[in-house]
Design a protein around this ligand. Structure first.
Ligand SMILES: C[S@@+](CC[C@H](N)C(=O)[O-])C[C@H]1O[C@@H](n2cnc3c(N)ncnc32)[C@H](O)[C@@H]1O
Length: 356
């Protein structure tokens, strides 16, 4: 049988996707926690209203447009870039993340939680909020360059897209607005520079969302050896980014990791560490043995905030630019005619009044 086409896969994912929604509160404190976390996930995904803004690359540039009705499932599935939402992971992956946090707390798995590649911080905010509902004080680490992707690793021109670069101040503000700022440690800088400083700390959840081969590989090498038995290793883009799955598969093979990969949704995979067989942590900054060491990335200057125009605005901008060009050409022509007329008049006057 032929493998399903992308269209068929997306259709099947849409059919399975859950509708945006949150449970209402009930009398039990667990109902209240579910209601709070349900609402929080809607807010993080910007799905509280019947319509929301989605961002995508278009032939005219990066633009936003409204989605509503059945198309809101795009967001539930984490298939689009939210214009204002605080996570692009979508409801299903956030549901799963919440379940993982509850599981490690329930099972007493020791260690902090870390997200490597946090963008606006939404998924890490959910980890913090879930811990808070359980009265668990372990820390949530939020590692990101806070200036977007490395410029030298142009994954589909990701580095060029300022939309994906979110400043440290903005992420801090997001945690603070939701009252989730205590027990959070922001780790700014490229993973190549920051992972080394995490030392002997143990982890209960490592959520990797840095997309590139290099980021995924480096985070596995530095974080996985300290992942506790019973802890989760979550890879956000395993099924859609070949370089990301290559880094994971390579790492699992090299270290004989046999715990089964579980598919969370159309793109995310995770496994739960079942043994604490030691794995030698790599020297941070070192690449797989066969490749030369990674060059140290240099910092990229990016605007703190880049407004995203709507598709209509982009179209109008383009039309205005064409009209402006035509107007400039017409004005230049007018000017040329005016000079020609004045020159002709001067010639006539000189001829008419020239001394005879
Ligand atoms: C796809 S976004 C993360 C989405 C986020 N987890 C969410 O739930 O919405 C990828 C993030 O990884 C960060 N990133 C990519 N490569 C990095 C690196 N080498 N060092 C630090 N951050 C990096 C980018 O700045 C960006 O914020």
């Amino acid at each position: 049988m032929a493998p399903p086409t992308v269209r068929e896969e997306v259709k099947a994912a849409f059919e399975k996707a859950r509708d945006p929604g949150a449970p209402g509160p009930g009398p039990a404190s667990t109902d209240l926690a579910d209601a709070y976390l349900g609402l929080l996930k809607l807010a993080l995904c910007d799905l509280a209203a019947p319509r929301t803004m989605s961002v995508e690359r278009t032939p005219l540039g990066v633009a936003s447009h409204e989605i509503r009705d059945g198309w809101l499932k795009l967001r539930s599935l984490g298939m689009d870039w939210p214009r204002y939402g605080l996570s692009m992971a979508g409801l299903s992956r956030l549901d799963d993340l919440q379940a993982c946090v509850r599981a490690v707390v329930a099972d007493g798995v020791p260690g902090d939680l870390i997200e490597a590649g946090a963008w606006r911080g939404g998924a890490s905010m959910l980890m913090r909020a879930t811990l808070d509902t359980l009265g668990d004080e372990r820390a949530v680490w939020v590692a990101d360059s806070f200036t977007g992707f490395r410029e030298d690793l142009q994954t589909e021109d990701l580095a060029a897209v300022d939309f994906l670069a979110v400043s440290l101040e903005e992420v801090e503000g997001n945690f603070a607005r939701f009252g989730l700022d205590s027990g959070v440690k922001l780790l700014p800088g490229y993973f190549e520079d920051t992972m080394a400083g995490l030392g002997e700390r143990r982890w209960a959840i490592c959520r990797l969302d840095g997309d590139s081969y290099e980021a995924t590989r480096l985070c596995l090498q530095t974080l996985y050896p300290r992942l506790s038995e019973g802890g989760y290793l979550i890879v956000d883009d395993y099924y859609v980014l070949d370089e990301c799955s290559a880094a994971v598969d390579e790492f699992r093979t090299e270290h004989g990791i046999e715990e089964p990969l579980e598919q969370v949704d159309w793109t995310c995979a995770r496994w739960r560490r079942e043994s604490d067989t030691p794995i030698e942590p790599a020297r941070p900054g070192s690449a797989p043995s066969a490749s030369p060491p990674d060059p140290r990335p240099s910092a990229v200057e990016r605007p703190a905030y880049t407004p995203v125009p709507t598709l209509e605005e982009l179209t109008l901008r383009r039309e205005t630019a064409v009209l402006r060009e035509r107007l400039d050409a017409a004005q230049a022509e007018l000017e040329r005619c005016r000079h020609a007329r004045v020159a002709r008049l001067g010639k006539w006057l000189r001829h008419r009044f020239a001394p005879r």
